[in-house]
Design a protein around this ligand. Structure first.
Ligand code: HEM
Ligand code: CU
Length: 567
C-alpha cells in the first residue's frame, strides 16, 4: 500500500506534489478515455452521453409544445407529431432516465463511498458503456431513417404493421437493456464484495441502498423487456402470430409483457433518486438521517412490490374486474414505503439547521413535486377515477411530476452536490439558485396545467384540441420556455465553472461519507490509504475549516484502516 501515512488533508498534498495528477489528467487523449477502466472516467463519459440525450429529448419536447401552442396545425402535420412524441418518450426513457443516475453518479460515487479503487468488474463496466453507445446509435439511425410513430410503448398490433422504423428502434432498446443489466449486476457484486472494514449492511450510505435495490430490478425485470421486443421483431419480420389477432395472437399479452418490465422500470428511475435525497436531506439539514433502517428497508420493499402492480396500466384493456381490484389494491400498497421515506426526510429536517445551497433547493423541490406526482397516482390507481382519466393529459402530468419532478430534480440535486468532487471546481451559487428557481416555476407551469386539462377530458397523443383547452396549452408551452431558459443558464454556469470555477476543497458540504475523504477531483487510485467506514451520517465528526473553505474530520485517523481512532 501507499507509503504516505497521510490524513485526508495529506492526500491533497500528495496529489499536489505528484504534479496535480488526478483522474482527469491521468492519461491523455481520446483513447485514454474511450478504453479506460476507471469508474470515474466511465461515469463522466456517461454523464456527457446522458446529458446529450436529455438535450435531444428536450428538443423534441419543445417541438411538441410549440405544435400545441394553437389548435389545429401549428408547425407540423399530425403524422410528424406522432413521431415527435414517440421520439421524445423513447429518448427520454431508454437513453436518458433509465441509465440516468446509476450510470453517471452511481458509477462515479459508488466505489468512492466504499473507499474502494473501482467497481468489482471494471471491464464489464466499460462494456456497459459501449453497449449504451451502440444502442444509442441504433436509436439515432431510426430517427434518421424515418423515425417511429407508435409511442414509446410500441404497442401491438400497430407496431407490427406501421411503416416506420420500429425494428431498429426496438433493437436499440434491446441493446440498451443489456447495458442496464450489466450495470446492475456490477453494482450488486461490488456492494456485496467490496464494502470496507466497518461498513456492515446497516452502515452503508443510503444512496448505495438505493443503487442496490435498483440493481435488483434491473437484473430481474429487464430481460422480460428484451424477450418481448424480440418477439415483436419476430412477429414483424417473420409473421409469427404472437400479438396480432389477425395472425392468431393476443395484443393484451404484449401489454402484460411490456408493463411487467416497464412498471418496475419506473422504480429503476425513482429509487436511485430517493437515495440521493437521503444524502442531501441529511447533509444540508446538518443532522443525522432519521429512521435509517426504515429508509433502507423501504427501498427493498419498493423494489419487490414494483413487480406486482403492472396490471394498473391495463384497467381499461379488458381485464376481469377481480384482476383489476387486485392490481388496484397492490398499487396502493406501494404508497406505504414511499411515504415512509418522505416522513423520515421530513423528520430529518425537523429542527435542523437548514442550508439552502443549490443541492438542497433541489431536494426541497423534489419533496414538493414528488408528493404531487405520488398523490395523483392514487387517482389513477383507483378503478373508478382511472376510467375517466386514462389516456388523458392527467396521466401525462402525473408521470412528468414523478419522472421529472422526482427523478430529474433529484438528479440535478446530485449533480450539484457531487460536481465539486467530479471536477474539482465550484460553480456560481447565485446562478445555480436562479436556475433552480426558473426550473421549479417553469416545471409547474408546464405540467400543472396538464392536470386541469386532463381532468376536463383533453386526450394525450393528439396534435389538435378543442378551443376550450387553448389557454391551458398556451400556459404549458410558456412554462416549457421558462424551463428551457433555466436549463440553458445551468449549462452556462456549469461549463463556466469547469474553466474558471474556484478550486473545490475535498469536502465542501460537510458530508460524512467516504467520497469526501479524498481530494476533489480524486486521484486516479481514489485513496492514498486503505479506508475504514464509520457511521455515514455522523456529521458531528466534521468541522468547518475557514482556511480551506471546506470541512475536515476532527479525527482523521477514524476513517483510516490500521490507525487507532479516538473518535
Ligand atoms: C425528464 C424528462 C422527461 C421525461 C422522462 C419525459 C417522458 C415522456 C414520456 C414517456 C412521454 C410519453 C410519450 C408517449 O406518449 O408515447 C412524454 C410525453 C410528453 N412530454 Fe415528456 N418527458 C420529459 C420532459 C418533458 C419536458 C421538459 C416537456 C416539455 C417541455 C415534456 C413534454 C411532453 C409532452 C407535451 C408530451 C406529449 C404528451 C402526449 O401528447 O401524449 N416532457 N414525455
Ligand atoms: Cu405502473
Amino acid at each position: 500500500m501507499a507509503e504516505e501515512k497521510s490524513a485526508p488533508g495529506g492526500d491533497a498534498a500528495v496529489a499536489q506534489s505528484a504534479g496535480d495528477d488526478n483522474y482527469l489528467t491521468h492519461g491523455k487523449g481520446i483513447l485514454s478515455w474511450l478504453f479506460t477502466l476507471d469508474h470515474k472516467r466511465i461515469g463522466v463519459m456517461y454523464l456527457v452521453a446522458i446529458l446529450s440525450s436529455f438535450f435531444l429529448g428536450g428538443v423534441f419536447a419543445m417541438l411538441i409544445r410549440a405544435e400545441l401552442f394553437t389548435p389545429g396545425q401549428t408547425i407540423m402535420t399530425a403524422d410528424t407529431y406522432n413521431k415527435m412524441f414517440t421520439l421524445h418518450g423513447a429518448v427520454m426513457i431508454f437513453l436518458f432516465i433509465i441509465p440516468g443516475i446509476p450510470a453517471t453518479l452511481g458509477n462515479f460515487v459508488l466505489p468512492l463511498m466504499l473507499g474502494a479503487k473501482d467497481v468489482a468488474l471494471p471491464r464489464l463496466n466499460l462494456a456497459s458503456f459501449w453497449l449504451w453507445l451502440i444502442g444509442a446509435t441504433f436509436a439515432v439511425v431510426s430517427i434518421i431513417v424515418g423515425a417511429v410513430d407508435t409511442g414509446w410503448t410500441f404497442y401491438t398490433p400497430y407496431s407490427t404493421t406501421t411503416g416506420t422504423a420500429v425494428i431498429s428502434m426496438t433493437l436499440g432498446a434491446f441493446i440498451l437493456g443489456f447495458s442496464s443489466i450489466f450495470t446492475g449486476l456490477n453494482f450488486i457484486v461490488t456492494i456485496h464484495k467490496m464494502r470496507p472494514e466497518g461498513m456492515t449492511w446497516f452502515k452503508m450510505p443510503l444512496f448505495l441502498w438505493g443503487l442496490y435495490s435498483t440493481a435488483i430490478i434491473q437484473v430481474l425485470a429487464t430481460p422480460v423487456l428484451g424477450i418481448t421486443l424480440l418477439l415483436l421483431v419476430a412477429e414483424r419480420t417473420l409473421g409469427v402470430g404472437i400479438f396480432d389477432p389477425a395472425l392468431g395472437g393476443d395484443p393484451v399479452l404484449y401489454q402484460h409483457f411490456f408493463w411487467f418490465y416497464s412498471h418496475p422500470a419506473v422504480y429503476i428511475m425513482i429509487v436511485p433518486a430517493m437515495g440521493i435525497m437521503s444524502e442531501l436531506i441529511s447533509v444540508f439539514s446538518g443532522k443525522h438521517i432519521f429512521g435509517y433502517r426504515f429508509i433502507a428497508y423501504s427501498s427493498i420493499a419498493i423494489a419487490l412490490l414494483s413487480f406486482l402492480v403492472w396490471g394498473h396500466h391495463m384497467f381499461t384493456s379488458g381485464q376481469s374486474s377481480l384482476t383489476n381490484m387486485i392490481f388496484s389494491a397492490l398499487t396502493f400498497s406501494v404508497a406505504i414505503p414511499s411515504a415512509v421515506k418522505v416522513f423520515n426526510w421530513l423528520a430529518t429536517m425537523y429542527k435542523g439547521s437548514i442550508w439552502l445551497a443549490a443541492p438542497m433547493l433541489y431536494a426541497l423541490s423534489f419533496l414538493f413535486l414528488f408528493a404531487i406526482g405520488g398523490l395523483t397516482g392514487l387517482f389513477l390507481g383507483a378503478l373508478a377515477t382511472d376510467i375517466h382519466l386514462h389516456d388523458t393529459y392527467f396521466v401525462v402530468a402525473h408521470f412528468h411530476y414523478v419522472m421529472f419532478g422526482g427523478t430529474v430534480i433529484a438528479f440535478l440535486g446530485g449533480i450539484h452536490y457531487w460536481w465539486p468532487k467530479l471536477f474539482g471546481r465550484m460553480y456560481s451559487e447565485r446562478w445555480a439558485q436562479l436556475s433552480a428557481f426558473l426550473i421549479f416555476v417553469g416545471f409547474n407551469l408546464t405540467f400543472f396545467t396538464q392536470f386541469v386539462m386532463g381532468s376536463h377530458g383533453m386526450p394525450r397523443r393528439y396534435y389538435d384540441y378543442l378551443d376550450e383547452f387553448t389557454a391551458y396549452h398556451q400556459a404549458s408551452t410558456v412554462g416549457s420556455g421558462i424551463l428551457a431558459v433555466g436549463f440553458l443558464i445551468m449549462a452556462g454556469y456549469l461549463l463556466h465553472s469547469l474553466a474558471r470555477g474556484e478550486k473545490a476543497p475535498a469536502n465542501p458540504w460537510g458530508g460524512a461519507t467516504l467520497e469526501w475523504e479524498t481530494t476533489s477531483p480524486p486521484p486516479y487510485y481514489n485513496f492514498a490509504h486503505e479506508m475504514r467506514a464509520g457511521d455515514p451520517y455522523d456529521l458531528e465528526a466534521l468541522e468547518w475549516d475557514p482556511s480551506i473553505k471546506g470541512y475536515v474530520r476532527k479525527d482523521p485517523s477514524s476513517v483510516l484502516l490500521g490507525e487507532e481512532g479516538t473518535g
